[in-house]
Design a protein around this ligand. Structure first.
Ligand SMILES: Nc1nc2c(ncn2[C@@H]2O[C@H](COP(=O)(O)OP(=O)(O)O)[C@@H](O)[C@H]2O)c(=O)[nH]1
Ligand SMILES: [Mg+2]
Ligand SMILES: [Zn+2]
Length: 292
């Protein structure tokens, strides 16, 4: 049988097999000689030792497409970065930090803006305008009023998605909502019971559909400095890439150089001032860090 490791605690790997439930497994395979450790997110082959007790052994780890360090999760397909339209006010500086980090890891990003029930349409339009040129898909929704949820569901379908964002934006509300729908459909209460006793912080994937998993990513909510050379920063802003090929100077930092096409694009309204301002802040931040 083949499944996905959704949780790892005290030497047990919990492997979710579509249609068959979750098996508590030990690592017994040949991969142990190669010092390979199974990770949450891994696709694995298991040997069932006890069907009644849902026990087995992990015997093979399928090749990983990628692995994150913090938290350690393999095969993440994409990140859903959630902010609220208001309450709390969206901190676009923090959002841009998240975006840089995901660009560094080559993880496709979806920007989710929750709580649209609390704002007028022009606030939605304002946020849309800031990120339009970036090419990141944006989904505006309200968990509370169940608006925009179809687009969100479609974006998650068949993927392993890391859900990140500051506290209070509605991450848990969304996860509970998606999960409760699954529970109603398949009558699987085990995940719900597990959720109640989360005293220690370990990463747990939540199956929301056949082959669809999400997980909450703690630790992303603090203000962190992206660890990137200042010279590398520009390429992590997707909307800078095209204009930067036309800058007068090679290696243009898009700061004070003459003939800078990125700055020109900001002046022409093709790059949003908010994004450029954050670029400048990060650039200065990285330059200052480098000095010491
Ligand atoms: N008005 C409104 N409130 C919401 C919405 N989604 C979540 N909330 C509320 O926002 C607060 C924080 O939600 P929570 O899911 O705990 O956020 P988390 O910290 O990101 O996990 C709770 O009081 C929720 O009821 C929404 O779509 N609209
Ligand atoms: Mg939460
Ligand atoms: Zn430039």
């Amino acid at each position: 049988m083949t499944g996905r490791i959704i949780k790892a605690i005290a030497g047990f790997y919990y492997v979710h097999v579509v249609g068959d439930g979750t098996y508590a497994c030990r690592a017994k395979g040949a991969f142990r000689k190669e010092k390979k450790t199974p990770l949450v997110g891994d696709i694995v082959d298991i040997e069932v030792t006890h069907e009644g007790d849902k026990e087995g052994n992990v015997v093979r780890i399928h090749e990983r497409s990628c692995a994150l360090d913090r938290p350690p999760v393999a095969n993440v397909d994409q990140a859903l970065i959630i902010f609220a339209a208001t309450s709390p006010e969206p901190n676009l500086n923090l959002l841009d930090r998240f975006l840089i980090m995901m660009e560094q890891h080559d993880i496709p990003v979806i920007i989710g803006i929750n709580k649209i029930d609390l704002v007028e349409d022009d606030e939605v339009a304002r946020l849309k305008a800031v990120y339009e040129a970036t090419g990141y898909p944006m989904i505006f929704y309200s968990v509370k009023e169940e608006r925009g949820m179809e687009a969100l569901r479609a974006a998650l379908e068949g993927k392993l998605t890391t859900v990140a964002g500051p506290s209070g934006v509605g991450k848990s509300s969304l996860i509970n909502k998606l999960q409760s729908e699954v529970e109603m459909e398949v009558g699987d209460l085990s995940a719900k019971i597990e959720r109640g006793k989360q005293t220690t912080r370990h990463t747990e994937l939540i199956p929301v559909n056949e082959e669809t998993y999400i997980f909450d990513t703690p630790g992303f909510s603090t203000l962190f400095v992206p660890e990137v050379e200042p010279e590398e920063l520009g390429v992590l802003f997707p909307e800078f890439r095209e204009p930067s090929t036309q800058c007068k100077f090679r290696g243009c930092a898009h700061m004070a150089e003459p003939g800078c096409k990125v700055k020109e694009a900001v002046e022409n309204g093709r790059i949003s001032p908010s994004r450029y301002e954050n670029y400048r802040l990060f650039y200065e931040e990285r330059k200052n860090t480098k000095k010491y």
